[in-house]
Ligand binder design. Structure first.
Ligand SMILES: [Zn+2]
Length: 1215
């Protein structure tokens, strides 16, 4: 919805359109402001109600329908903003995207009982015949779907009849010829359409949403249909069924605004439609549906899609906002709506603004080609060659900033790249005449906007102007460019015309010289130790911003030199990494790496400092004072501006990344505290997610970027086994502790014996290891991770923690405090000790005790009261053997007096406990519907037979080994259904939300599927009707492979932010044994994409919201679990026919299961004996859950040795 929300801002530009008050000009030129809500004049009310029973209610001829009170007196009809800021071409095109086949004035027969014909402006396009009050109207009085026109015949007196099944419309033309022409055209256009439409009732109008809506001011409701990119209004549902409506609203100019509970406005530049839905909920659905239609409309445009095919054009040339829908056709820039507003302000003599979506006529093939050839980036290499970073726009810049920038850029040409001939008119003209004969349009652009006169004389009689010269030399793009600039006003700098000075102040000059030892430069990272012999002695100098090295101090010609401005990164190696004790690496812009060494630590330090100083700008100067391991420049983007990259200067010190981004203060990023750190987009972007912000570091160059990634990842990982060396949350709690506590709170508070029962040792060990490697990247999930494994992971972490939670110095004091008799003395002693703990220990202890406090508050459910918890956690946290109960007593104290010792806000705590109660209640409710663990360790799940309804429910115990075929047979058995020959009963995974389903392969295990799907999915047993066809198809094939065209759409996300966009495009696919490849077209040599088939999961169906172009769609899920971070993409394929889709699906299936798509001997034969041992896991009880303290103490010893090891029994499916 994000993208659609963007679109809904469409008309908020106050200059263009004000949503509630409409600025318009009457024919007299008088500006009036008028609320555009539809009104019915009061005096006609009586008549209105009397018409309620009339078939012709709201008919086209009712003069009150589209008129707004006073306005009708001014103009006789609703006023349109016919001057405003929209020029008439725009208006015309936007209102009528479908090509008009014929239009003209006709008289239309009156409604029943009336006497006079009414003069109507009638338009015909391929889908509709519409008639209007007059030729200025945007919204029709009536609209007849051509698909429903059954017959068109000429009748007497210049008349003709347009017949639908239920109604006949009679029109009268002005002449015989005109009448005949209409009849012919209408017949041509409707012939065959009617039949097609009955065969395929969905077409041409497949409604996305429909129902009655009240239109404010009208007393009866209108049947409203949202279909694709339009909204249609009908008098009632019967009219809708016969294809006779009132009007259609093109949503490309629409904007939907929520008003109050049930009402909302659909605003277009020409009218506001104020609707009232029947309920608040329905209003939301209407608003959604209409916003979707707007999204659809906006993604419809062919021109925009073609222009955006050049990637640089998909971001505004001025502010980098995505999907710019406008262009300045003479300046050759593609711009966003807000910038377009400012361009318009410059006037057409400077910027000719046209819409990619609406001004279709202007977009000739040549103009499109010109824009594709140039592209925003190349054009900006001229227009924006010298933009000071402080003046650059971002998509969020305000109007004033835009105005200033755009005026500077185009009116004054302030940032342009000056042509060498600038100022020399004759030479410029001459250069233009020569250049237009070749294809270099960028040069022409530069010449024109640096002063070359496009109307100059070429001196050649046959081709007197540059334009004619370009045409004569078959340079249509040159001609196009010139033709749009014949009257352009040239940029004029108002302040002396001086160019901007260099924007980065030159670094202070440093100089240093001396001997260093150098290896040969490299194009790859150094992975091995460089021995002393590999270094050669070189005389090195750093002077005037150039670092040079010479054979010796006697030589005057350097062996090599590196400009300081070319240095992008300086790395200080750990001592003794190479043959020389002290080494450093220099990375150049051209991706070379230089390694220098010396035995003298002081000289090393001096060189590092001086070189860093030579290439780090003054703005990032504080970095130089740090003891950095790595310093340099990287391109990056951050949350506020994802389109434009900025230059950032970074230094890595320990686990802190110091950064100076363009125009901003220095900042520190604590790498161990990151919420997320990942490398995305084929190793090209390093994503650092902090609380509240995300930084994207881009791999501008491979070599130094790879080094940064490695170093940052290492620095962000846990640095050791003490508490403070862990990856931490924002509040200084180790991520592992935070994750485990969070998981237990969500899923484990009702688990009997939580923290006391042991987990499965191998799994606990694996979890610990995963947390150690990168705690951030591990997300604990219910189903995937078991409660007892997680609880034991947390215990193991504390038990193995170096120096312990209470620190090695103070642990014994904590223990002795437990012995203090006086309660209040004891508490203040605990408080004292607590405040003495290091920051991280303090935060961790408080979080843990808070958690344990909550656990015991729910001891009725989990049987872990204060005492039981203390027995478990005492020895764990104090790392004692457990024979002595002192540790337990201390923990018992801490939990019992939790609110006092930690000075807890009671109100906060109450809220927290309430939240937990809600979690428990919700889970209770869910567990009746969704898989849950039974004491025996199986999963119980609800499977439906044929249809998802209560009476079709079966609750089936699903052991880990159960296959889809077994489950299918089980359910069929229970229902006493015998499988007949050629009946392909299958188990389906159905997702309601995604509107897709997938028959599980008969050998597929069911349990992992259950674990993987969300609450909106279910299992269904039903026949797979297409299986027979698919088997026949597969047996007819020699090998399993397929190729052909399909329509492709992906859920593209900008830098992983999940903003989806896009539409379906034709692509050519080749599917073979190993991979599915996608090509732009049949002739493309290189695939655009290449997916391994084994990682694809193919579902039948596509979410309707995505508007698949055909009903034969597949949703494909790509999952790669091998990588460190799980990767998941979802995209969509649409086939033209059902059989095409089946063939693709069958091929996928056959490849994925090696030709074995269905059991040869039928489903029943696949059943194996499913007698399973009554395995238990995770519930070995070590301590009696209830009992005397003595009983418990006796068993503590056994427990605390290593409660995790060996005792867990792996369940059957734990492979
Ligand atoms: Zn813009």
């Amino acid at each position: 919805m994000d993208s659609l929300d963007d679109n809904s801002d469409e008309y908020e530009d106050p200059d263009l359109f004000n949503p509630s008050v409409h600025r318009m000009t009457t024919p007299d030129g008088v500006r009036v402001c008028k609320d555009m809500s539809l009104q019915v004049p009061g005096q006609v009310k009586g008549r209105y109600s009397s018409l309620c029973s009339d078939d012709e209610l709201l008919d086209d001829d009712d003069p009150t329908l589209w008129q707004g009170g006073d306005l009708s007196k001014i103009k006789g009809s609703v006023c349109l903003p016919n001057t405003g800021k929209l020029d008439s071409a725009t208006k015309e095109d936007s209102s009528q995207l479908a090509a008009v086949i014929k239009m003209g004035w006709l008289d239309k027969n009156p409604p029943q009982g009336a006497l006079y014909y009414q003069r109507r402006w009638v338009k015909l396009d391929v889908d509709y015949l519409r008639y209007f009050d007059n030729d200025k109207e945007i919204y029709s009085k009536g609209i007849i779907s051509t698909a429903f026109i059954t017959n068109v015949t000429g009748v007497g007196e210049l008349k003709f009849e347009v017949a639908t099944n239920n109604r006949t419309f009679i029109f009268r033309a002005e002449s015989e010829a005109e009448r005949n022409d209409w009849v012919t055209v209408l017949q041509d256009c409707t012939r065959g359409r009617h039949r097609r439409s009955t065969m395929n009732p969905g077409s041409p109008l497949t409604p996305d949403y429909q129902g009655y809506l009240e239109l404010k001011g009208l007393r009866s409701k209108l049947y409203t249909v949202v279909a694709s990119d339009k909204v249609f209004l009908y008098k009632n549902i019967d009219d809708y069924r016969i294809g006779v409506g009132i009007t259609s609203i093109e949503m490309n100019v629409g904007n939907v605004k929520d008003l109050d509970r049930r009402s909302f406005d659909l605003t277009t530049p020409y009218r506001i439609f104020s609707f009232i839905a029947e309920s608040e909920q329905l209003r939301e659905q209407w608003v959604d549906a209409m916003r979707n239609a707007i999204g659809e409309a906006l993604s419809n445009s062919e021109v925009a899609d073609r222009i955006w095919a050049e990637p640089n054009n998909s971001f505004c040339a001025d502010c980098a906002a995505p999907k710019p829908e406008w262009a300045a056709i003479n300046l050759c820039v593609v711009i966003c709506k807000r910038c377009a507003g400012e361009h318009r302000g410059l006037g057409p003599s400077i910027s000719k603004v046209r819409s990619l979506k609406m001004d279709r006529k202007v977009w000739t093939e040549e103009l499109i080609q010109l824009f594709l050839l140039l592209g925003n980036e190349r054009v900006n290499s001229f227009w924006a060659a010298n933009v000071p970073p402080s003046e650059a726009l971002t998509p969020s810049s305000c109007s004033e900033e835009r105005r200033r920038f755009i005026t500077n850029k185009y009116r004054q040409g302030k940032y342009r790249k000056y042509h060498p001939l600038y100022g020399n008119q004759r030479e410029l003209n001459n250069a233009l005449c020569i250049n237009v004969q070749c294809s270099d349009v960028l040069e022409t652009l530069g010449l024109i906007f640096c002063g070359a006169d496009v109307n100059c004389s070429t001196g050649m009689a046959s081709w007197p102007s540059p334009l004619s010269l370009a045409n004569a030399h078959s340079q249509p793009l040159q001609a196009e460019l010139i033709s749009h600039n014949l009257n352009t006003e040239l940029p004029r700098s108002e302040v002396g015309g001086a160019m901007e000075a260099v924007h980065y102040s030159a670094p202070p000059s440093v100089s240093l010289n001396g001997f260093l030892f150098k290896t040969a430069s490299m194009a790859r990272a150094i992975t091995e130790r460089k021995a002393r012999e590999e270094f050669s002695r070189r005389w090195c100098t750093l002077n005037d911003g150039i670092f040079s090295y010479y054979e010796s101090d006697k030589n005057s010609n350097p062996n090599g030199a590196l400009k300081a401005s070319e240095i992008v990164c300086l790395v200080v190696d750990m001592p003794e990494k190479h043959g020389y004790d002290n080494t450093f690496e220099l990375y150049s812009e051209s991706e070379r790496l230089y390694l220098f060494g010396t035995d003298d630590p002081d000289s090393h330090k001096e060189w590092v400092k001086s070189i860093a100083k030579s290439f780090i700008p003054a703005s990032a100067e504080p970095l130089l004072r740090l003891g950095f391991e790595r310093i340099g420049r990287l391109k990056c983007k951050d949350g506020l501006n994802l389109q434009t990259s900025k230059v950032g200067w970074f230094a890595l010190v320990g686990s802190t990344l110091h950064a100076y981004l363009e125009d901003s203060q220095g900042e520190e990023i604590h790498l161990r505290k990151l919420n997320e750190l990942s490398i995305q987009q084929d190793n090209e972007v390093l994503v650092l997610v902090e609380r509240g912000r995300t930084l994207y570091i881009e791999g501008e160059r491979k070599l130094d970027f790879a080094g940064w990634c490695g170093a940052i990842q290492t620095a962000a990982g846990s640095g050791g086994d003490t508490l403070s060396q862990q990856q931490l949350t924002e509040t200084d709690i180790p991520v592992i502790v935070h994750s485990c506590i969070g998981y237990i709170t969500q899923c484990g508070l009702t688990s009997e014996g939580i923290y006391r029962k042991s987990g499965v040792n191998s799994r606990v060990a694996a979890l610990c290891e995963r947390f150690r490697r990168d705690a951030r990247s591990l997300c604990l999930r219910e189903g995937e991770h078991q409660v007892d494994d997680v609880s034991n992971t947390l215990k193991r972490f504390f038990r193995e923690l170096e120096e312990g939670l209470f620190t090695s110095e103070d642990a014994s004091t904590w223990l002795s405090t437990a012995a203090i008799q006086d309660e209040s003395m004891k508490i203040s002693q605990y408080q004292l000790l607590f405040n003495r703990l290091p920051r991280v220990n303090k935060a961790t202890l408080q979080a843990l005790i808070n958690h344990l406090y909550c656990v015991q508050r729910f001891s009725e459910l989990n049987q872990m009261n204060l005492h039981n918890l203390a027995i478990v956690f005492g020895p764990t946290l104090f790392q004692t053997d457990g024979k002595d109960y002192t540790a337990g007593r201390a923990i018992e104290d801490l939990i019992q007096h939790y609110t006092l010792i930690f000075e807890v806000d009671e109100h906060q705590l109450k809220k927290q406990l309430e939240e937990i109660t809600v979690i428990i209640q919700v889970r209770e409710k869910l567990s009746t519907k969704f898989p849950r663990t039974e004491p025996g360790g199986h999963f119980i799940c609800t499977v439906y037979l044929e249809e998802k309804k209560d009476t079709a429910e079966q609750h089936v115990k699903i052991p880990g080994s159960m296959t889809a075929a077994e489950l299918t047979c089980e359910v069929l058995d229970r229902r006493n259904i015998t499988v007949k020959d050629k009946e392909y009963w299958s188990c389906w995974e159905v997702s309601d939300k995604e509107e897709m389903e997938r028959p599980l392969h008969y050998q597929e295990r069911v349990l992992p599927i259950l674990h993987s799907f969300g609450t909106d999915s279910h299992l269904l047993i039903k026949k797979y009707l297409a299986m027979e066809t698919m088997i026949i198809y597969l047996t007819s094939k020699v090998d399993a492979s397929k190729h052909g065209m399909m329509k492709f759409r992906e859920e593209r996300s900008i830098l992983g932010l999940g903003l989806t966009s896009g539409s379906f495009h034709d692509r050519y696919f080749i599917l073979n044994l190993s991979s599915l490849r996608m090509y732009k077209e049949v002739r493309s040599n290189r695939p655009e994409r290449d997916w391994p088939v084994k990682n694809l999961k193919v579902y039948l169906g596509i979410k309707k919201k995505l508007r698949p172009p055909t009903c034969w769609g597949l949703t494909v899920v790509y999952e790669n679990k091998k990588q460190e971070r799980q990767e998941r993409q979802q995209w969509y394929l649409c086939c033209d026919t059902q059989s095409e889709m089946r063939e693709w699906y069958a091929t996928f299936l056959s490849i994925q299961y090696d030709g074995n798509v269905w059991p040869q001997d039928g489903l029943q034969q696949t059943r194996v004996s499913r007698v399973l041992p009554d395995t238990r896991h995770g519930n070995v009880s070590l301590i009696p859950l209830r009992g005397s303290e003595n009983e418990m103490r006796n068993s503590v010893a056994a427990f605390s040795q290593d409660p995790l090891a060996e005792l867990g029994v792996a369940p059957v499916w734990d492979r």
